[in-house]
Every structure is written in C-alpha cells, then in structure tokens.
Design a protein around this ligand. Sequence first.
Ligand code: DGJ
Length: 734
Amino acid sequence: MITVSKDKTFSLTNRYFSYVFRVSPEGILEHLHYGGVLSDPLNVTAHHLRTQREVSSHFQGSQYFNLSDTPQEFPCFGTSDYRFPALHGRNSDGNTVFTLYYKSHDIVKDKPALKGLPSARGGDSETLIIKLEDPLHKLGVELHYTIYEDYGVLARSAKFQNNGEKNIQLQHAFSSSLDLPQNDYEILHLHGTWSREFNEERIDVPKGRFVIDSSRGTSSAAHNPFIAIMDKGTTEDVGRVYATTLVYSGNFALSVERGEFEDVRLLAGINPFNFHWRLKPGQSFQTPEALHVYAQRGLRSMSHLWHDFIRDRVSPTRFRHVPRSSYLNTWEAAYFDIDEDKVLDLADTAKSIGAQMLVLDDGWFEGRKDDTSSLGDWIADKDRFPSGIPSLASKVKAKGLKFGIWFEPEMVNPKSILYEKHPDWALHVPGRKPSLGRNQLTLDLTRDDVIDYLFEQIDDILSCGDIDYVKWDMNRNMTEVGSAGISNNRQREVSHRYILGLYKLLSRLTQKYPDIVFENCASGGNRFDLGMLSFMPQGWISDMCDPVGRMDIINGASYLYPLDVTAAYIGPSPNHQNGRVSSVQTRFMAGVFCAARGVSLSTADIEAHKDEIRHWVSLANATSADMVGGTFDRLVKNQNEVCWQYTTRDKSTIYVVYFHILSAPNLPFRRAHLVGLDPQSKYILQENGEAYQGDALMGSGMPMPYVATGQVRDDVRYMDKGDFSSHLFVFEKK
Ligand code: DGJ
C-alpha cells in the first residue's frame, strides 16, 4: 500500500484511491495527487509549469519557485505562501516564520494510537510517518498517514515537537492540509442549531476562504465537523467527492480556500481562533485525527465509504453489529415530574407495549425538580427516589426490562452542593460574572480532581451492576473559558485541555463498564462527532422528534454517519418542539432505520394509541438485528418527499420508507429507483406477495404509493390521506 521511490516520492495506494507526494527539490513536501487509483503512482509528475510564476515572491533563493502556487502537505506562513497555513506560531525571535524541511520517514505496520485522543483503530493498515523540521528553531512536525487495505479512508494527524532550547507558541496546529488542483468545486456542509441540526447546504467554492468552525467548546450543532468538496453538480451517483471529518469534539475548523491561482486548500483541525499552545523545549503537541475520503462516484459512494469505516474502525468494537434494545424514555413522558412510583408505572407501561428497556432521564438526583438546580450532585433525590437508584434499577429489571439512566456529568448548577463546596471547579475567568446556559456552568475538566470526583460519583451508581445504558448529556455551550488550575499564559489552552480531560473521563468509565451502552447527547446533536462516537456506540442526534423535522436531520447526518450510531423515539403529538400533529406511524418511520428505537410518551398518550404503538415497538424488536451493519441509501429528497432504502447486511431484506409531506390534488405519480440489488434476483414485497425483478426495481423503479385526495380505488396503493404520511415497503430476496 505504501511505496517510496529512491528520489522520495511517496505513494499511498489501495483499491480506493492513490495519494502521492514527494520531497521537492527545495526540500519541502510537495503534494502530487489525491484521487483515483493510479497504476504507477510513483511516476506522477509535478505540474510542468511549477517554476513559471513571475508575479510572486520566490521561495528562499529558489528563483521562480514560490509556495503560493505549490500544492503542499503541510504549509507554513511567511516564506512565499500567502494562504492560510497548517502551521503558524511564534518562535523565540518573536516572529512567525517557519519552514518545514523533510528530515526522515518511517513506514510502520498498522496504526499507532494517538496519545490522549481517540482515533480510528488500525488493523490491515500501514502508517507512513514523515518527520519535518524547521532548522532554525528546531520545531519538528511528525505527519502520520494511515492507509487501510479495505477502506477508502485516509487518516492523518500531526505531532509538533519542540526540539530546540526556547519556547515556541503554536497558533495554527492543523491536523491535515490538502491542496486540491483547480476545478469547479462545490462544498457540501451540515449546519444548524438546536432541534434543527444537520441541515445540508451546497455552495460553490468561493474565491477567498470559507470556514466552518466552532468556538463553543463543543463541535456543535451550528456546523457538524464535516465537509465535502466535490465536482460542481455532484449527485448521489455522479461526481468526484473529497470529504473530511475529524475525530474530535471541541473547537474545530474546516477551512476551504481558493487561492490566487485557483487551487483549493482544505485545512482540518483545531480551530486556530482563540487557540495558543505553549511548547517548552522537549514538549510535544498531538493534534486530533483528520479522516479523508475520496469517492469517485457521487455522494452515495462517499457515504458508503464513511459508514463502513465508522462502524468498523471508529465505533466501539464491543457493539459492532449488536442489536439495540427498544426503550421507553421518561423525558417527554414526564419531564421533571418523576419519582420512583412513576418510573415503576412507566416500566409496566413499557412492558405492556413490548419495549425492552426503561430509561430514567433527567430529574432523579438530589433536589432536581426543574433545570435550575442540582447538576453536580449525583445522588438520588431522597424524597422522590427514597430507595436509591440501585434498588430502583433492580426493581425495573425484575420486571424483565433493562435499565438505563441519564447523567449530565460535565455541568454544575450554581444552586448545588458541589458548587457551594468548589466554586473553582467551574470554568470561569477572574473578576467576571459567568454567563449561564440553561442555568448551569461547565465544570473544569482540565482538572484531575474534577475528573476523579465525576468518575467516583458515576461509578458509585454504575457499580450496582444493574445499569445497561447511560445517556451522557451536555446542555450548554461554553463561555468564560478559563481555568483556576492553569497559569495565565496557558489560558488559551483550556478549551483543548477540557476535551482531553473529557476523553480521559470517558476512557476510564467505558473501560470499566465495557458492556454499558453509552449514548452521546448534547441537547441533541450539539456534540455529535467521531470523538464522542469513539467511546459511545450511539448518539441522540436531535431533540427534534417531529417526523418532518427529524427526517431532514437524519438525511443530513447520513452523509457521514451510519444510522447504526443513531437513536430515535416516538415522541408526543402535537410535537413539543414545533407543535406539529402527526400519526404514530410517521413518527416511528422517521427513525425506522436508526439502530436504537424507542418511545417517549406518557402512560395516557400510550393508552390512547396502545395497539398501534405496540405494533411499531414489536416491529422495532423484530428488526433490531437488521438495523445494524446494513447499507443506508438516500433515494429521493425534495421539498415534499423523502425516500430511503436500507439493505440488511446479508442483502436478503430490503426496506424502503417513503414519506409524503404535504398532500395536494393531482400530484405526479412517483417512482423510487432502488439501488444495490441483484439485477437477476426476484424481490418479494411482503405486504402482498408480489414479485419484482431486481433490475426493474433499480432501472424502472418502484411506484410509490399515492396520497389520495378524492375517491379511492381498490387497485391503487394509497398512503394515509392528508399530510405527513409514510409507507414502509419490505422486500425479501427470493
Ligand atoms: C437534553 C436532551 O437532549 C433531552 O433528550 C433530555 O435528556 C434533556 N436534555 C434533559 O434535561
């Protein structure tokens, strides 16, 4: 997979892509190719005009050669490249000029883990480690490139090492830089806010710089850490796509710059805004990992590459292909009005609809009757949960259910025992009143004493042995990000050190409790990223449970994330987030392909639709093994329709869900073109036994049911009348 020529051209080639660069005659790393597989990658040449620019500065004595027109692997600033650099920092002379020259390289089998940070697992992989150094200030940079035999993903990271004798201040410490050749590219990215996460936006790559980033302390719902740069007009099936994400949960940046000469640079890593890292002599700094995918045939092939990789190499191995339990969650059933008796009642209700787990959400700990108090005090409320959580868990389990519980460990309310004792344990800056978010402050996870406290509190509950699931919530963005435990000249390290602390806590807990399903939540999708999903097999993607809202969110998230890592439930109608009224069926269908499916309804709401809810929960149970490890495809997405296909891992069952949003008379008769079937096989539609040929379902498509507005006929397949209808087709391969 990794080959090197005598004159130091490096190729990383597998059956998905070739990635080629060389040590240029000037000694820097010059990028040559990223894209389709090359049969002779070591003979790729640099552009024959590379030395002909006459309008720019010339790089350190190399006449005509300038870096602002040279595709590079890890660009710096101040030596003839004027684009945003991967490395920027202040050296002991007080200036910001660095030049990174090639020093040596090494190829190692497999993939070294990153210290203190989650990263994709190795296996059937090779890693190329290139050492670069600035000869003047002795700043070393180690670039890691991992290629896998069976995945179309390239993993990159960088490690900075101060080999000199004086301090260096890092300001840009990107994980990866990719210089793509001139082309008419478009960007696809996913933006949003609370309850409207993962909105898709496509824009032309502008001249200048376009950045998605976060400075909120979490990767955030405003921009998921994902970007695709693709041929203009790329569709699900056509177009070359370069897509990137980060295995990181904090302040990130994905910066796309179309430079003076039209080449496009993508930088991926920690957001340089408000970031500084002091490297003393001998110290090193490890960046998070960036993952890159090159897909030759449109967004569908891109998503397939991501999904396979995330499932197999990022998500915790323990839960790979493990069916998830259906559940009843207490949140939208009772909110804070919860006590032991109600939980036991809801457990009976859960049983009666066939749910397999009861999840006790927010509201169970000391004094927590609303969102104004108690975060930090992780002991059961004495009045409402007098016998404590372990005893409640065992009572729920005695009913034949699993038991799950909610925590929001990273937070503290000023109104709490913890804050009274340790006001310094919250992030804050001296002399300023802290800004509250949902009445709470963020604990300072840069501190080991805070991490130890949280570990002990959570461990105390989990160690009872009856907890099967933990919902790990986090409900505010960070402000006044300062730490009382860190010196003044390191305060701009706090955001990243926080994330390192969080990962430390998560490692300790998930290592001690490998069988507990941890679910990542941050007011829904405010920290839905591969950093968190390295520790947790699934995430609560959004608080939006209205089906129309949620189908957009799932559609957007599916560009990157396999639905194996998502959870969904049937929430109340009218919906509590947007007031929309919808059927139980469509509420279930919006999450039908998520691995974890449940219900969050009061006993009264459940009683009102009991048979229907029981029916859908039983379908969730019957299909739970199918909804892990299969293939998800977006077939149709327009303003009024969404259609998805899900093919089981063994390819024997094909599920197609079709949503029709607003009803109107005389709408077109629609077909959905299925994908990935065996053209020669027959597929039997379960609802009526009709047989369809694979090539016909793909080539001429499956007629979608019609939303009737007038008279109905017996020989036509209809959806429910009115708005927000849905239909699930199930085909079995013959
Ligand atoms: C925000 C989460 O997204 C909800 O599902 C719920 O757990 C609440 N927090 C509880 O406070």
